[in-house]
Structure formats: C-alpha cells, structure tokens
Design a protein around this ligand. Structure first.
Ligand SMILES: [Zn+2]
Length: 112
C-alpha cells in the first residue's frame, strides 16, 4: 500500500485516507492560447514508468492538497511538498537524482 507524508499535518498517511488528483505542476492554458494548447492542458497527461509528480489530497485528515514525487514502477516516494510550488523543491530533486541517476531532471525529457 502506498503511504505518503502529509507536509501539513506532519504524519504518514495510508493511501486509503488520500484522494489522487492526477498530474502535478500542470500549466493552465490561458486566454489567447490556441486550440492545441488548450486541448493538451485538458486531456494530455504523462503516464511514465519511473519518476512522476502527482497531486494528492489528505481527504480524511486536514483536507489539503499537496504534491508527491514518486516512482510509479517501485512506489518509492522521494518526497512530498506544498502544492503551492511551480516545481519540486531542490532537496526532493536531489533525492531523485541520488536514487535515479538516469533521471533527466524536472521538465526535461518528460514532456509528452
Ligand atoms: Zn494533512
């Protein structure tokens, strides 16, 4: 079972107390964007085997949204952090690089 650390409550939470929110760090397509950008924003999601950044809600706890960096193939969790960030914190990225030397970095080589 997946277990994540809620960065707000400071407790480890089992998957049954969480609600998945899909991919993290999506950039909203603003007014003036073309149809292809808006379609990509609405429908196109990554589904990697490996490092992935996701949104989770501590539904049966504080109710807040947070982000998690984890490996989809091993369920290894690299860290959780506030959802109010545009990219993963440096300490989380360094932890990923230490465990996954082949990882290209956030936003590099993992776009659709
Ligand atoms: Zn919480």
């Amino acid at each position: 079972m997946l277990s994540l650390h809620c960065p707000y409550c400071g407790v480890d939470v089992d998957e049954t107390d969480l609600t998945p929110g899909g991919e993290a760090h999506l950039v909203r397509s603003g007014s003036g964007s073309d149809d292809a950008d808006f379609e990509a924003y609405l429908f196109m999601r990554k589904n990697p085997r490996g490092v992935h950044f996701e949104r989770w809600r501590h539904s049966f706890g504080c109710g807040k949204w947070f982000h998690a960096a984890r490996a989809t193939d091993t369920l290894e969790v690299f860290g959780t952090y506030s959802a109010q960030t545009k990219e993963p914190p440096q300490d989380v990225q360094e932890r990923i690089r230490a465990r996954r030397p082949d990882w290209k970095g956030f936003g590099k080589g993992d776009r659709i």
